[in-house]
Design a protein around this ligand. Structure first.
Ligand SMILES: NC(=O)C1=CN([C@@H]2O[C@H](COP(=O)(O)OP(=O)(O)OC[C@H]3O[C@@H](n4cnc5c(N)ncnc54)[C@H](OP(=O)(O)O)[C@@H]3O)[C@@H](O)[C@H]2O)C=CC1
Ligand SMILES: N[C@@H](C=O)C(=O)O
Length: 256
């Protein structure tokens, strides 16, 4: 099995990606900011799954850190001593801005763009070059059903990722390399708690579990599906969001 690089691998969906990929015998390169937690996750997966795990601490809002991750992704693996090339890139790291734009902290808005747009573009570019040269590979970018809403910078970033990935999939057709965008709905992770967002009004039936979301996404990657929306509920919600008048979508006012 090949090597997978997962960003945001210390918690939530990223941690679940790491475990499911390790169980499927992929070696891993794991990226996140919290070095202690990252090393701990890497050690646990190495011990339990017996795969190779590199911990690559990086803050994806910091250009030098993104460049280090991009350099790892660009490795073709044809030089003696090279690490193995990455065959699957999972651009998963992200966070909720959890504020309105006008009276919000501009640094938070810009960091959201850096982590969820700029880093996704830079890392995809670094990976796709070596993947195309080797004639195989896959890129999985994590957006959100929020991409179809009008909820400020978070939704705009996710809309970018969705459209960007669709364009990449078109460009890559026939090359042996695929691009998939994952668009989950509400999923139980650390995401809302980290952002200090109360989710008490969201009914139980609206929640997805990370193991289900990740298994659906990886199955869709294997089948070369471009837009992966786990669960019938969120497929229906996405279909509705696409046909509603945008004035109605704006009225939903879904801010993250
Ligand atoms: N949970 C949900 O309801 C939904 C989530 N999503 C998307 O799923 C993705 C994963 O989120 P989820 O698992 O829920 O969130 P979590 O908060 O559980 O995990 C986020 C991960 O991203 C990492 N991370 C955050 N900021 C940075 C940064 N600047 N540089 C590097 N790593 C960073 C965190 O690690 P560390 O703090 O160590 O850096 C952590 O590993 C995100 O892109 C999110 O937008 C989409 C739809 C629904
Ligand atoms: N769908 C979730 C994140 O993208 C949310 O809105 O909480």
């Amino acid at each position: 099995m090949g090597t997978a690089l997962v960003t945001g691998a210390t918690a939530g969906l990223g941690l679940e990606f790491a475990w499911q990929l390790a169980t499927a015998r992929h070696d891993l390169v794991l990226v996140a900011r919290d070095t202690d937690r990252l090393e701990q996750v890497a050690a646990q997966i190495r011990a339990a799954a017996g795969v190779g795990v590199e911990a690559l601490p990086a803050d994806l809002s910091v250009p030098d850190d993104v460049a280090r991750v991009a350099a790892r992704l660009a490795v073709v693996g044809d030089q003696p001593g090279d690490p193995r090339p990455v065959g699957l890139l999972v651009n998963n790291a992200g966070f909720a801005t959890a504020q309105h734009f006008v009276d919000g902290d501009l640094d938070v808005e810009l960091r959201a763009v850096d982590v969820m747009v700029r880093a996704v573009v830079e890392l995809s570019h670094a990976a796709v070059g070596q993947m195309q040269a080797r004639g195989r590979g896959a890129i999985l970018n994590v957006a959100s059903v929020a991409a179809l809403t009008a909820g400020g910078t978070y939704a705009a970033a996710k809309a970018y990722v969705r459209t960007f990935t669709e364009g990449l999939a078109v460009e890559l057709a026939g090359t042996g390399v695929t691009a998939t965008v994952l668009c989950p709905g509400f999923t139980r992770t650390e995401f809302h708690q980290r952002a200090g967002v109360s989710m008490s009004s969201v009914p139980d039936a609206a929640w997805l579990d990370a193991p289900f979301v990740v298994a659906s996404a990886l199955a869709d990657v294997r089948r070369g599906i471009v837009i992966s929306t786990p669960s019938g509920r969120y497929k229906a919600a996405s279909a509705l969001l696409r046909v509603l008048p945008r004035s109605a979508v704006r009225a939903i006012g879904h801010y993250r």
